[in-house]
Design a protein around this ligand. Structure first.
Ligand code: 5GP
Length: 354
């Protein structure tokens, strides 16, 4: 961390970015990093290729987030939660220096400086550690952003990446002025009704694989563009649907396939169900030692052991068949307890989710 602080101190202008379709950790840690750099007297802006979901409008500094990269080349770019430059959604990011801060198991050392800690519950927690190491004051603004990052990336402190240190961190952020109530209200209690309608559709289509012993190790569902249109829903409304699938007792792996608008259909804002090159974004979840990061990597994606994602092209039936088969194989290769929940892997005590 000392080396990273040195690199930051030596430079003056920064661009901070994170992955496409930004989530709570991407947004909260980016803004937290911006506040940290401002506290160091640096010029720092956040640029995210995709829009920030309205749920995060409450975070201090969110209005300053740009979609386009600034024209002037900065001294350094900080990439948070990304395993590559491509994952940011930008084709290229010119900079004097690239700094990669990530907590994904599938994290890659692609930047000039790389700090990857798969044990961290959120990149927001790593930014907090950096602020503490720099002996900077954690302002209420920074605390709120980092709290949102930790809250969302631990599934509201439910994933097994959550430990005593996570609660100590949350407690400290609240003491420093994080507005935890406002964040919970905005992130979890302000959903549009379209989201609930879409959830209903996805749960209605839920499929479970039944084995001869009556176990259902794999659950899956899908959301097409036509279904999103019917529900009046947007991409944001698909967020979290997969968590309902993995919440089923006995299910060890779950996947939600979401159709993505590509080509002429995307340009016209139309459903692409009849397009030849239909594309699906996959959200994978698992319990215990079952490693869906590895499954996603097999399809060019990545993530955490218990939460990962990738993209598949083809028909819905074909994509479903491929991923369910891969998850079934992963289930068979990973020992489970009699209750159907995978045994803990002593080599990887910190089970990480989204
Ligand atoms: P989600 O299902 O919530 O979109 O993603 C779950 C986790 O997998 C997140 O930590 C996310 O960053 C990661 N992830 C999702 N899609 C991809 C992908 O295409 N590539 C990589 N490297 N990580 C992904």
């Amino acid at each position: 961390m000392g080396a990273l602080l040195e690199l930051l101190r030596e430079r003056q202008t920064f661009v901070i970015t994170s992955h496409a379709r930004p989530d709570g950790d991407a947004i909260g840690s980016s803004l937290g990093m911006m506040h940290l750099l401002h506290a160091m007297g640096k010029q720092a802006v956040v640029a995210l290729a995709d829009p920030v979901p309205v749920a995060y409008d409450c975070l201090p500094g969110v209005q300053s987030i740009a979609r386009a990269l600034p024209e002037a080349r900065p001294d350094a770019v900080v990439l948070l939660e990304c395993d590559s430059v491509a994952r940011t959604g930008y084709a290229a990011i010119p900079a004097g220096l690239t700094i990669n801060i990530d907590h994904h198991l599938s994290g890659r050392r692609y930047a000039d400086f790389n700090w990857i800690d798969p044990e961290a519950c959120a990149v927001g927690a790593m930014v907090y550690d950096l602020a503490r190491a720099a002996e900077l004051e954690i302002t209420p603004a920074m605390a709120s952003c980092l709290y949102a990052a930790v809250l969302t990336d631990t599934g509201s402190f439910t994933y097994s990446s959550t430990n005593a240190a996570t609660f100590a961190l949350a407690s400290d952020l609240m003491e420093r002025g994080a507005d935890a109530n406002a964040i919970v209200q905005a992130v979890y209690l302000s959903h549009p009704v379209s989201r609930m309608r879409l959830l209903g559709t996805a749960l209605d289509k839920l499929r479970l694989e039944e084995t001869e012993h009556g176990e259902c190790p794999v659950a899956w569902s899908s959301i097409t563009l036509a279904e999103m249109q019917r529900a009046g829903a947007c991409v944001e409304d698909c967020e979290g649907v997969v968590n309902y699938l993995i919440a089923i007792g006995g299910v060890r792996a779950a996947v939600l396939l979401r159709e993505v608008a590509v080509g002429p259909a995307a340009a016209a804002g139309l459903a692409a169900a009849t397009e030849q090159a239909t594309q699906f974004r996959l959200s994978l979840r698992s319990k215990g030692a079952l490693d869906v990061a590895r499954v996603a990597e097999g399809f060019g994606g990545g993530g955490h052991r218990n939460a990962s994602g990738c993209t598949l092209t083809g028909s819905l039936e074909g994509a479903t068949q491929r991923i369910v088969e891969a998850l079934r194989t992963a289930c068979l290769a990973t020992p489970a307890t009699p209750a159907g929940v995978a045994a803990a892997d002593p080599e990887q005590p910190a089970t990480l989710l989204a």
